[in-house]
Design a protein around this ligand. Structure first.
Ligand code: ZN
Ligand code: ZN
Length: 407
């Protein structure tokens, strides 16, 4: 059944300019491949140039192609300790599966493997019926999921990498993964030598993990807050100040009451204008509200920053030996390309259109079950138990997702 996918993948790679497979500093990278139907990754390969990589790919037609984020002295050494790790790109992975978008109610399903309880949308951590944690999911992506992932990418870059870490526009590349999300590869010298610990600190920083407002400029004097950060401050100090301002500004008494004690919420909402004016003044003044303590401020700050922390897969960022998808390679679970996204045009980037690798032809498929799916300008579904002729890219997508079979 996968033969048609393999054949089309081969056709795609045969027609690809070898240069499109170029990876920066190729001879220092480990390459790895997953074959169709294969479970074992073929690893520890080395290619000195795009032409030899293309030759291997056309001959073997893998379902997934990866290279190391790391630079090694001997990338093809089989023993990891003998590879001679030199440095590694810093990678951020944003996966729409981890973002709670409302569209998931339309296209995702979960099922408890223990009792059979089923539901729509984002899967619960444990079954609401039997509280077991064996939850099977059937997830799809749509434009809204990918748009949410894109917003996270922009947040990581615009709110953290550029202002807080001094990363410049030429120091990073953004890639659409070819399926559920985006990757950011940072290649500047300043991050390449970072150890796993350093990478973890960066991951925690952008995720707001272990954030202690007391270490960001707040001080209480006789249980009353007088001193706090300035909205113009850099890093988390200013971010918290601005977030608190916006949160208090937009929240009603009822919303504030969900975060802090009723008397504090009442005081805050009754004196909102004065409070906001005070923390926006130069220098800022954070005091003057009855019953308002450092503890209540901490609660407000944590509620305020909820949308500011980044939803990244921290395992990818802390790993200094990660295997990441090769640019312009096909994703075996979607038949879409891993595609570099020009950051200045990211707002207009439509992954479901621009990452389409198969732009001509059609294929007859039997669809077991699928929600509404769009690939390129073609759309179908929701449908089940139907045989129909569809554009090739859409058909291959459904086959790769396991929702259809060629007929
Ligand atoms: Zn259950
Ligand atoms: Zn969606």
């Amino acid at each position: 059944m996968r033969e048609v996918v393999r054949r089309e993948f081969n056709r795609y790679y045969s027609g690809l300019e070898a240069e499109e497979l170029r990876v920066p500093e190729m001879p220092k990278r480990e390459f790895a491949f997953l074959q169709f139907g294969g479970e074992v990754m073929i690893r520890h390969m080395k290619f000195n140039d795009p032409a030899s990589l293309k030759g291997y790919i056309v001959e073997n037609t893998p379902a997934h192609i990866y290279h190391s984020s790391a630079y090694y002295k001997t990338p093809d050494a089989v023993d990891m300790n003998e590879k001679g790790w030199q440095s590694a790109d810093l990678v951020f992975d944003v996966d729409s599966d981890h973002i709670r978008t409302v569209c998931k109610e339309k296209h995702d399903r979960w099922r408890c493997m223990e009792c059979g309880r089923e539901g729509l949308g984002f899967p619960p951590e444990s079954c609401p019926n039997c509280s077991m944690k064996k939850i099977d999911t059937r997830t799809w992506i749509c434009e809204d999921c990918l748009e949410a992932a894109k917003k996270e990418v922009i947040k990581v870059i615009d709110e953290y990498l550029i202002p807080d870490f001094g990363i410049g526009g030429s120091d990073f590349d953004v890639f659409f993964s070819g399926h559920r999300g985006y990757h950011i590869h940072v290649r500047s010298e300043s991050v390449r030598a970072l150890s796993g610990d350093g990478r973890r600190e960066i991951a925690d920083y952008v995720r707001g993990i272990g954030l202690d407002v007391r270490s960001h400029g707040f001080r209480d004097v006789k249980n009353e807050i007088l001193v706090g950060p300035d909205m113009k401050d850099g890093g988390w100090r200013g971010r918290i100040a601005r977030a608190v301002y916006e949160f208090v500004n937009r929240s009603s008494f009822v919303e504030l009451k969900e975060v802090v004690a009723p008397n504090v919420a009442k005081n805050l909402s009754e004196n909102k204008e004065k409070f906001l004016k005070n923390i926006a003044s130069d220098p800022p003044y954070w005091g003057g509200l009855k019953g308002y303590t450092l503890e209540s401020l901490e609660k407000i700050a944590l509620a305020s920053i909820k949308d500011l922390v980044c939803n990244i897969d921290e395992r990818v960022t802390i790993d200094s030996k990660r295997l990441i998808r090769c640019p312009n390679s096909l994703h075996g679970k979607s038949a879409l390309k891993t595609l570099r996204v020009g950051y200045s045009n990211i707002d207009d980037f439509d992954p479901l259109k621009e990452a389409v690798a198969f732009r001509r032809g059609s294929i007859r498929v039997y669809v077991k079950e699928a929600p509404r799916v769009r690939i390129g300008d073609d759309e179908l579904g929701p449908l089940d138990d139907k045989t129909l002729e569809v554009p090739l890219a859409l058909g291959l997508y459904l086959i790769c997702r396991g929702a259809a079979e060629p007929r």
